[in-house]
Write a protein that binds this ligand. Structure first.
Ligand SMILES: *[C@@H]1O[C@H](CO)[C@@H](O)[C@H](O)[C@H]1NC(C)=O
Ligand SMILES: *[C@@H]1O[C@H](CO)[C@@H](O)[C@H](O)[C@H]1NC(C)=O
Length: 141
């Protein structure tokens, strides 16, 4: 009798942890544009270049994820889902750090109003820039 109850409890616990894992792993979909230099100054870090990832893989947050500035420093994993014309590089995923706010960039992005705006270098890792905007899947990590 007790064994059965334990077994049931274990079953429930496993189900619960799966639900948690799945919830954590739920990605959002959105759009991404790209921008080039000048990259400084940024709203997040002023004129401090030490805050930039050395590999130049970073991004500026769109209004939807800007979160009143709390988005500064957040890291996102993202991949290219589709675009028109097709420019996604299949199987590529990147991790970007948010260093700025897209709506106030000194250099114009390829498109205004996207979910996220990637540095040229970041964009080129997942798409070949034959399109100004790509559809993406992203998740905060
Ligand atoms: C970009 O990539 C797509 C898909 O691989 C390809 O069809 C297209 O010709 C490429 N465009 C350029 C400008 O390289
Ligand atoms: C984005 O907005 C800026 C400022 O309003 C404007 O100068 C620029 O032309 C816009 N860029 C695009 C690609 O529409």
């Amino acid at each position: 009798m007790q064994k059965k109850a334990l077994k049931l409890l274990r079953h429930i616990l496993i189900l619960l942890s799966w639900r948690l894992l799945l919830r954590r792993a739920t990605a959002d979909v959105g759009t991404a544009a790209f921008y080039g230099p000048p990259y400084l100054p940024t709203v997040c870090y002023g004129d401090d270049p030490s805050q930039f990832p050395a590999d130049n893989i970073f991004a500026a947050a769109g209004e939807g994820i800007w979160d009143n500035g709390a988005c500064c420093g957040r890291q996102y994993m993202l991949r290219c889902l589709s675009s028109s014309p097709e420019s996604c590089i299949a199987g590529q995923t990147i991790q970007v750090k948010v260093v700025n706010r897209a709506s106030i960039l000194d250099s114009n992005p390829s498109l205004n109003g996207t979910t996220i705006t990637l540095s040229n270098t970041a964009f080129l890792q997942i798409a070949n820039q034959s399109s100004d905007v790509i559809n993406i899947e992203f998740i905060q990590i």
